[in-house]
Ligand binder design. Sequence first.
Ligand SMILES: Nc1ncnc2c1ncn2[C@@H]1O[C@H](COP(=O)(O)OP(=O)(O)OP(=O)(O)O)[C@@H](O)[C@H]1O
Ligand SMILES: [Mg+2]
Length: 240
Amino acid sequence: MPDGSITKTAMLEVGDLHAFYGESHVLHGVSLDVRQGEVVTLLGRNGAGKTTTMRSIMGIVGKRRGSIRFQGQQLIGMAQHRIPRLGIGYVPEERGIFSSLSVDENLTLPPVVKPGGMTVPQIYELFPNLKGRGSTQGTRLSGGEQQMLAIARILRTGATLILLDEPTEGLAPVIIEQIGVAVRALKARGFTIVLVEQNFHFAATIADRHYVMEEGRIVDMIPNDQLHANMDKLHTHLGV
Ligand SMILES: Nc1ncnc2c1ncn2[C@@H]1O[C@H](COP(=O)(O)OP(=O)(O)OP(=O)(O)O)[C@@H](O)[C@H]1O
Ligand SMILES: [Mg+2]
């Protein structure tokens, strides 16, 4: 378990990151940093490159150039399978749970990569909706429960940096609120979280800072306490 202390050290430092899918050049020099214990969002309209930024960190895009340092270690050039083992957990937009397996099986399937992950009882504490559903098959869960399970299964692994791609997409407001409670609890436990959000009203309730992406670049960084003052600019960037 992370010790909960927030230091000034950047845990993740992305510098001049370019990413490609085949011939298609998608990220054009993304730079951002995330300190230990922070919750940071990536905001931006469809196609801005938010998912590609996360996939680049995980090493699952066609080609990357530039620098991605996690706790000082360079991820560019590192074999893809080594990246989660450093303690980076990725919850993709499509959630990646196994629908034919039970909740308990889904929870215990991802390999523990580092000591200090949460125990299954602690995870059920964090997501009360999953409690008592251990033998329920993935397909029988609601969308919100599936999203909670997708996050939950990463927490056992010992990952300390969690990347969440649109965790609230398509969910009812009451479920979004529960996910917000869980994210705040994870922050309190010392996890570092980067999340992609389209819903910046939700983003404002959980994040320390926001990076705004446009056409494969970071165009702005807004501390959460300045979000309201920047609403007009954000509406322009996000086209909402
Ligand atoms: N597998 C792929 N092959 C080629 N181009 C891709 C691929 N995946 C994404 N792209 C392109 O890369 C750009 C960035 O896509 P990305 O999925 O990172 O955007 P996003 O900000 O996550 O958008 P959304 O809000 O729709 O999820 C888009 O122009 C998209 O069409
Ligand atoms: Mg996306």
